[in-house]
Design a protein around this ligand. Structure first.
Ligand code: ADP
Ligand code: MG
Ligand code: MG
Length: 247
């Protein structure tokens, strides 16, 4: 599904990614861990199409297509979803209006007709219930005055409504209490299927107790320096990242 080869990228004069390789197949959940400043958010944002970074070498293919030539909205329409570390607030635009615009924009890119208002409403209500959210939040401004946990829950709601093929979640577990963490994990797991894949960027093992990854990678200094199974995440939790430099 996602093939990243020899990716080099910089922001301004700073080289951040320095030859990153990563292949994610449909049906798989990959966790990307690594010390602060190693390039995890940079990787997530480059996949989504951020203009803050310049790719200086390498390739990213998504379902065989050259991703780097596609604008961000085409990537979203192709099925790529990026969850943010700090979800943005859009005061004055209700959640419902936002979700509907997002769904229909993606459908338009794919040449599909807009959803009927009633069908859309039913679909969103189903997802709101699944996320154990108060339906009243649908008429509030996007993330306006939401607590940290509510923002995360709202982000996963957006994801469940859009049903992307590739979910890239950048530290979506940071700052969550255990109940919110479980709900986020349930949302991610609800979308787990042989046709979808997830890239889970996280500092902590605790999300991985609820979302079992198939592969775990350590990103350090702009490259994947180690890959393994779920045990690697537990080992990192125990030992930190320092031992990798010596190994
Ligand atoms: P991580 O998510 O692993 O903590 P980031 O990808 O956020 O790491 O950042 C990697 C490095 O790149 C850091 O040193 C950071 O300061 C730098 N960096 C990230 N984005 C930018 C930017 N837009 N401009 C300049 N430097 C950046
Ligand atoms: Mg960071
Ligand atoms: Mg980060």
């Amino acid at each position: 599904m996602l093939e990243i080869e020899n990716l080099h990228a910089r922001a301004g004069d700073t080289a951040i990614l320095k030859g990153l390789n990563l292949t994610v197949n449909a049906g798989e959940v990959h966790a990307v861990m690594g010390p602060n400043g190693s390039g995890k958010s940079t990787l997530s944002k480059i996949i989504a199409g951020s203009e803050d970074y310049i790719v200086t070498d390498g390739r990213i293919r998504f379902e065989g297509r050259d991703l780097l030539t596609l604008p961000p909205e085409e990537r979203a329409a192709a099925g790529i979803f990026l969850g943010f570390q700090y979800p943005v607030e859009i005061p004055g635009v209700s959640n419902m209006v936002f979700l509907r615009a997002a769904v229909n924009a993606q459908r338009k890119h794919r040449g599909e007709p807009e959803l009927e208002a009633a069908d859309f409403l039913a679909w969103v209500r189903h997802r709101v219930k699944q996320m154990k959210m108060d339906p009243a939040m649908l008429s509030r401004g996007v993330n306006e005055g939401f607590s940290g946990g509510e923002k995360k829950r709202n982000e996963i709601l957006q994801m469940l409504v859009l049903e992307p093929k590739l979910m890239v979640l950048d530290e979506t577990d940071s700052g969550l209490d255990i109940d919110a963490l479980k709900i986020v994990a349930e949302g991610i797991n609800a979308l787990r299927s042989p046709a979808r894949a997830t890239l889970l960027v996280t500092h902590y093992q605790r999300l991985l107790d609820h979302v079992q990854p198939d592969h775990v990678h350590v990103l350090s200094g702009g490259r994947i320096v180690k890959s393994g199974g779920p045990d690697l995440a537990r080992e990192l939790e125990e030992k930190g990242y320092g031992w990798l430099d010596a190994a």
